[in-house]
Design a protein. Structure first.
Length: 356
């Protein structure tokens, strides 16, 4: 009995200290730029799955808005649309829409821009990662849309290659060892051009690695709580040395792996880690969102700024609906280390944040 009480008190103390460490990060002063994006009349943002910038400062937003369309073919129906990809110039002026009514667009999960200014869309429900050239043409496809219109899509992994078959995988939750996803969330690249896909909201809880030509190399991670396991994989980033950072929000941490997927370390004290971004340059920093969940929108919500070893620099923002507050952050762009673009699911918007 005494031992049980001691364990309970110890656990409470540990939880309290963890919360204290999380809340004691110094506050960073910042502003939210008003009217950062100017949409055409009659066009609106829905839930913002992703926001990214290219080398010229142009801004890309992948948003859950529009009307899904079902096309009835001779053998099977196809659902598409429902999400849209917009481009704005560096001043926030609307430029164009890319991939309108694309077969691969259903539920926006993220958008990223690679070092060559190609635009990559990650779609959760078509289970595809689509590369667009700077001219807006499709350059590469990873994954494949399901052969039906079930929503959510049928599982494609679950270990052992269940669902759509394939070469199989390992333990349940490891995903198949192949280029098929189940609700992917994010994409990133290393200096050699290798592609890393966070495949972590469905039955697969893994990171899939491809070479620069889109050939599948390997995957790592599975469902669990141990080092190297994931509750889910919500975001991904790669540093200049090729280390892979994966947001494991369900386990309240960011895990760090080497380029081959070997576990190196875990960064804790970041809450419901969802969106990740690493700045460029000689002194890179990591931004991590403690995103408030959709069913508890009044708590947490802050964004952390830290060194790549997990050393806390500071935090800014909180959950809410006003400017300088955040509603379920799903994406952060940090090409400029002190000027961020933050995509929110809950508030249907992109905020341009300037740190001081």
């Amino acid at each position: 009995m005494k031992r049980s009480i001691f364990i309970a008190i110890s656990a409470a103390l540990v939880a309290g200290l963890a919360g204290l460490a999380q809340s004691s990060a110094p506050e960073i002063k910042f502003d939210s730029v008003p009217n950062a994006l100017q949409l055409p009349a009659g066009t609106y943002l829905g839930e913002v799955g992703g926001v990214a910038t290219d080398s010229k400062g142009n801004i890309f937003v992948y948003t859950r808005t529009g009307h899904p369309t079902i096309t009835i073919g001779t053998a099977r129906p196809f659902a598409h649309g429902g999400s849209r990809l917009f481009e704005f110039d560096r001043s926030g002026k609307y430029v164009r829409e890319i991939g309108k009514d694309s077969y691969g667009f259903m539920v926006a999960s993220n958008v990223r821009v690679d070092p060559n200014d190609n635009i990559w869309v990650v779609d959760e429900m078509t289970t595809m990662v689509i590369e667009f050239t700077p001219q807006g043409r499709i350059g590469m496809l990873l994954g494949r849309k399901a052969e039906n219109v079930n929503v959510p899509s049928n599982p494609v992994g679950g270990g052992g290659g269940r669902g759509r078959g394939g070469r199989g995988g390992g333990a349940p939750g490891a995903g198949p060892q192949q280029d098929l996803f189940d609700r992917p969330t994010d994409v990133a690249w290393d200096a050699a051009g290798n592609i890393f896909v966070a495949d972590g909201r469905g039955n697969n809880t893994r990171v899939a690695k491809f070479d620069k030509n889109g050939k599948f190399v390997k995957s790592f991670g599975k469902k669990g709580t141990e080092n190297g396991d994931f509750a889910d994989v919500r975001g991904i980033a790669v540093d200049a040395q090729g280390n892979v950072y994966a947001a494991d929000g369900g386990n309240k941490r960011v895990q760090v792996f080497d380029n081959d997927g070997n576990f190196k370390s875990a960064i804790t004290g970041v809450g419901n880690a969802t969106a990740l971004c690493i700045t460029k340059g000689s002194n890179p920093v990591l931004y991590v969102s403690n995103s408030n969940p959709p069913d508890d929108i009044d708590h947490d919500g802050e964004i952390y700024k830290m060194r790549l070893d997990g050393t806390m620099i500071g935090q800014f923002g909180r959950a809410g609906k006003l400017p300088k507050e955040f509603g379920t952050v799903n994406a952060i762009d940090c090409r400029d280390a002190n000027t961020l673009y933050v995509g929110e699911l809950g508030n249907l918007r992109v905020q341009k944040i300037v740190l001081h």
